[in-house]
Design a protein around this ligand. Structure first.
Ligand code: FMN
Ligand code: SF4
Length: 689
């Protein structure tokens, strides 16, 4: 394909102070659970982004000093010279593909736990860390502390230059750094020249920019990441007030403004809560206030939207974290005219869960994310065929589709058979629920690829039996038959069935809701799943006019979505829509009219009216086909079948991301010799032995 000339503007070079970005694509800082702990994995992941065409590829937050230790989170580290070689691995990987390497220097101030370093945390004024219940406070910085901080930042900038970085950030975003804490009236109660007026509160930010320019400005671009709006009204920085004033005050000092909104949950909003380009209303003033290039974000995956941002004078560079995770080759695909091949981010924030669980990043759309070094997986290329195997894949949900796509890309003949008329399995069903329409991209990307593959045949509306598998004659069978929700209440909280959760009473599961089963109000939703689905079904039924109560044994709605940054927004929406929330309550009995609940602490009972219960506790794998086939090993052998393997939810129900990963992994690894070795390369500590 050739590039659409409409998109040419995206490939214009942009000068950033002393360096030049080759195009307008900027991978903004994003953490990844690898950081300082797994530098080779980190470098390989960033190198792939550079290969994919991003003109600038940035680190995540990089701690500049041991008093900025954000343990247990795994970010970048530049505490001393000893950290330079690990970061140089990353800059080398980026430079190999002609991109610029950027580093986000951060002192996290009161947000640093210092659990590893055991230093005392620093803040403009004495304060308890607002983001944790830890029984520790940060202390107010003295004038000498501020001098120390400036020296540490300067040293970090010099070390960053030595590590090979071309763009060096001063960070005042997300309410996660000292310059931002100094700017915030609510956190800065100082009476010296760093407190009071905005000019005083911005003094530290100004000084850090000036120091950085002085230290490295002749060779490196100095960027500022600044949250122009905290979405806190009077209590915070706002785009129409101090956000604008800060940019006006420092307008020409940095070489680049990277502007966004705060806190992180607002900045990285999921597709359930915001559409592509959602930050425009906050950042559109910036270009009117500075002549320096401006980069901004907003889950940009559409080249038309990107062009529009530039043509309308909102941004100069297209910033992306999640779109670059879902598709590291997004710029290259636009450049080559392969826009249909873009693997668009679905806005689920599974990528954020890696950071929150301190494990390497993962992505629903891009199963190779985080696996670039430890497994050698590339997002665009796969090894060729290693033999003459043919494949029958039963089930065209996320796992089956990905498995077929990658086997097809490897050159194998594949038959993909789906029992339902619609392809996509759970993503197709869930994408019909409120706020989840973007999830259909998991299916659509894969179908676009599969439809181009002559050697992949897709059959729908055909339920496969064990006899069909034996007759079919493929050498390998992959079962991707998914899972179904339990009706009996067994799950995390209840090891046995809940009395009344059976066929005699109106107890529905999400599968019934997907099938359009009749619902009677008032409805009680028992959510012992704790991810998104309980809250989404509550929203749907409320929008249909039912009176809805959401019961959860957790202390809050959709508790696991803390890890996707959504919990607060979900609970707010649930409460705003008039859904009753009963948290810390287990469901213990249902008589068809009333649901009895018990306090998870005291067991004290209470009852609520419920003409129908929707229960989300756990799922059961659809393993009937696997069982039937394993009962006839001789027939399987006689049919010439070399392997039958279950992947994804039909093996053990989990996330969509896990199903996609399982499909991808099978397709890459089915032909590897069996081994007891760890399935990936680990980065071991250097014992100097
Ligand atoms: C997994 C993940 C990690 C992030 N880590 C950082 C970080 O270390 N520093 C930072 O300034 N922003 C971080 N962000 C915010 C992004 O830079 C970006 O501003 C935000 O995700 C919105 O852009 P997007 O819609 O292109 O993802 C992170 C975002 C994600 C999704
Ligand atoms: S995990 Fe979800 S939100 Fe994150 S990059 Fe992948 S598709 Fe996008």
């Amino acid at each position: 394909m050739t590039r659409d000339p409409r998109f040419d503007i995206l490939f214009e070079p942009i000068r950033l102070g002393p360096v030049v970005a080759k195009n307008r694509f900027f991978q903004v800082p994003h953490c990844n659970g690898m950081g300082y702990a797994r530098p080779r994995s980190h470098a390989a992941m960033r190198g792939i982004k550079a290969e994919g065409g991003w003109a600038v590829v940035s680190t995540e937050e990089v701690e500049i000093h041991s008093s900025s230790d954000v343990s247990p989170y795994i970010e970048g580290r530049l505490w001393s010279d000893a950290d330079v070689p690990a970061l140089a691995l990353m800059t080398d990987a980026i430079h190999q593909h002609g991109a610029l390497a950027a580093i986000e220097l951060v002192h996290a101030g009161m947000c640093a736990s210092n659990l590893y370093s055991r230093e005392v945390s620093l803040a403009p004024s004495h304060v308890a860390n607002p983001g944790s219940y830890a029984p520790a406070q940060a202390r107010a910085m003295t004038a000498s502390d501020i001098r120390d901080l400036r020296r540490w930042h300067r040293q970090a900038a010099l070390r960053a230059r030595r590590a090979g970085f071309d763009v060096i950030y001063v960070y005042a975003g997300h309410s996660l750094s000292l310059p931002m804490h100094f700017l915030q009236k609510r956190n800065n109660h100082r009476t010296d020249e760093y407190g009071g007026s905005l000019e005083n509160r911005a003094r530290l930010l100004r000084e850090l920019i000036e120091d950085t320019k002085d230290a490295v400005g002749a060779h490196c671009a100095v960027a500022v990441r600044f949250a122009v709006d905290e979405l806190r009204g009077e209590d915070g920085i706002g785009a129409q007030s101090e956000g604008r004033e800060v940019i006006a005050l420092l307008a020409e000092l940095p070489d680049l403004w990277d502007v966004n909104i705060s806190d992180w949950s607002h900045d990285s909003k999921t597709s359930r809560f915001a559409a592509e380009g959602y930050q425009e209303e906050f950042v559109r003033f910036v270009k009117a206030v500075t002549t320096k290039p401006v980069v901004g974000v907003g889950r940009f995956t559409s080249p038309d939207t990107m062009v529009s941002q530039i043509r309308r004078g909102i941004l100069d560079m297209i910033g992306a974290a999640r779109p670059s995770i879902a598709d590291p080759f997004l710029p290259k695909k636009i450049e080559r005219g392969d826009v249909d091949d873009i693997r668009e981010c679905i806005g689920c924030n599974v990528c954020v869960t890696g950071d929150h669980t301190m494990t390497p990043i993962r992505c629903t759309q891009n199963p190779t994310m985080g696996e670039e070094w430890r497994k050698g997986w590339h997002p665009e290329t796969v090894p060729g065929r290693s033999g003459e195997d043919t494949f029958l894949i039963v089930g065209a949900g996320p796992g089956g589709l990905e498995c077929a796509r990658v086997l097809g890309q490897r050159g194998y003949a594949v038959h993909l058979v789906e029992a339902e008329k619609d392809l996509g399995g759970r993503v197709t069903l869930e994408a019909r629920l409120p706020g989840l329409s973007a999830w259909a991209r998991v299916r659509d990307y894969r179908l676009t690829q599969l439809r181009r593959m002559q050697h992949v045949e897709i059959v729908r509306g055909s339920r496969v039996s064990a006899g069909d598998v034996l007759e079919f004659g493929a050498t390998r069978t992959v079962l991707a038959t998914g899972a179904r929700w339990r009706r009996d209440g067994i799950g995390r909280t209840n090891a046995g069935p809940i009395p009344g959760f059976d066929e005699r009473h109106p107890v529905l599961t999400p599968d019934d809701i997907f099938r359009g089963a009749r619902v009677e109000g008032p409805v009680a939703i028992f959510d012992d799943d704790h991810y998104y689905l309980g809250g989404v079904i509550a929203e749907k039924l409320r929008a249909e006019g039912f009176s809805v109560a959401l019961v959860t044994p957790a202390d809050r709605v959709s508790a696991w979505t803390d890890n996707t940054l959504e919990q607060h927004a979900i609970q707010k929406r649930i409460l705003d829509r008039g859904i009753d929330v009963h948290s810390n309550r287990n469901a213990v009995d249902f008589d068809g009219n009333r649901l009895t609940l018990a306090c998870t602490y005291t067991n004290r009972p209470m009852t609520i009216a419920a003409a129908c219960v929707v229960t989300l506790t756990s799922r059961l794998p659809n393993e009937e086909l696997a069982r039937a086939l394993s009962a006839t090993p001789d027939a399987v052998r006689a049919a010439g079948i070399l392997s039958i393997e279950s992947i994804g939810d039909c093996l053990a129900p989990s996330t969509i991301a896990a199903a996609v990963y399982a499909g991808h992994r099978y397709a890459r690894e089915f032909d590897r010799p069996p081994s007891d070795e760890v399935a990936f390369t680990r980065e071991m500590p250097d014992l100097g032995l």
